[in-house]
Write a protein that binds this ligand. Structure first.
Ligand code: MF3
Ligand code: CO
Length: 267
């Protein structure tokens, strides 16, 4: 399958080790992205269109002093990505798509701020009507991300993250999306290394202090198979139309445990 926004030649790129001053810049971009994601999540209500959500996120991005890193990326037309229910990622805000109570809404916010990029995502349930199935999918996907972060320590390799994420999802009986992966992220949205949510054969890059990566499990309640919308060429859906969840943090590899750059600090 050809997913246009996955940089498939990333594997050969060298992995950046960022300096203290660069990390200071990345921290600021990550905090901007975290602030926009938090504010946008808090504003989602049944009755809004996904275009309303995109507009709102655009105004929040503007307030940070940064710009959307998604807008214009390979021609992507939105400020952020908004993916509902069986939509996995890369959904485009539309005035026709109205959020209803109990919808799973995945928001992916990527902000360019003073030369650095912040990237994070979260799935929420709109309104007060969460089904047991939806709540469990969110909890497991969040746990899978946390397991991946816990494995992201210096001396481990990318596969330790991938394996940890996959184990949490498969133990719960869910399908791991394999056609999209996490990635390095500092000066550009997508940098080396690729960070899959499943164990890969062979050796994977070692994690070193100063690397900045995004871990982003995309987990389906059914199988992990996905399809790209053949009209907008962006929206990725679960092939079996089962519910899908997506959580993403941008983290810094350190000498000890990873620092979560997109954990919102009170500014
Ligand atoms: N922010 C997404 C990621 O987590 C990528 C979005 S690409 C876009 O990697 F073009 F759809 F915005
Ligand atoms: Co990402």
């Amino acid at each position: 399958m050809d997913l246009q926004c996955i940089p498939r030649n990333m594997a050969k790129e060298r992995i950046a080790i960022y300096s203290e001053s660069e990390i200071t810049g990345i921290r600021a971009a990550a905090q901007a992205a975290a602030r926009v994601l938090a504010r946008t999540c808090a504003a989602v209500r049944p009755g809004m269109s996904t275009k309303d959500i995109d507009d709102l996120a655009g105004s929040f991005i503007k307030e940070t002093g940064g710009k959307s890193a998604s807008l214009g990326y390979h021609g992507y037309p939105g400020q952020i990505c908004i993916s509902v229910n069986d939509e996995v990622v890369h959904g485009i805000g539309s005035p026709q798509r109205i959020i209803t109570d109990g919808d799973l809404v995945s928001l992916d916010v990527c902000v360019k701020y003073r030369g650095y990029v912040g990237d994070n995502a979260r799935t929420i349930i709109a309104g007060g009507n969460a089904t047991e199935a939806a709540s469990r999918l969110l909890a497991v996907t969040r746990d899978a991300l946390q397991a991946g972060i816990a494995a992201a320590c210096s001396g481990n390799c990318v596969n330790d993250i991938s394996t940890a994420v996959e184990q949490v999802a498969t133990a719960a009986g869910y399908g791991v999306v394999r056609d999209l992966v996490g990635h390095g992220c500092g000066k550009n949205m997508h940098e080396a290394p690729e960070v899959p949510n499943y164990r890969q054969p062979g050796r994977t890059p070692a994690l070193r202090p100063g690397m900045v990566i995004c871990i982003e499990p995309m987990i389906n309640a059914g199988t992990g198979r996905v399809l790209v919308d053949n009209r907008d060429h962006w929206t990725v859906r679960s092939a079996d139309h089962s519910l899908s969840a997506h959580f993403e943090h941008q983290i810094l590899i350190t000498d000890t445990q990873a620092e979560i750059l997109t954990c919102l600090k009170n500014a």
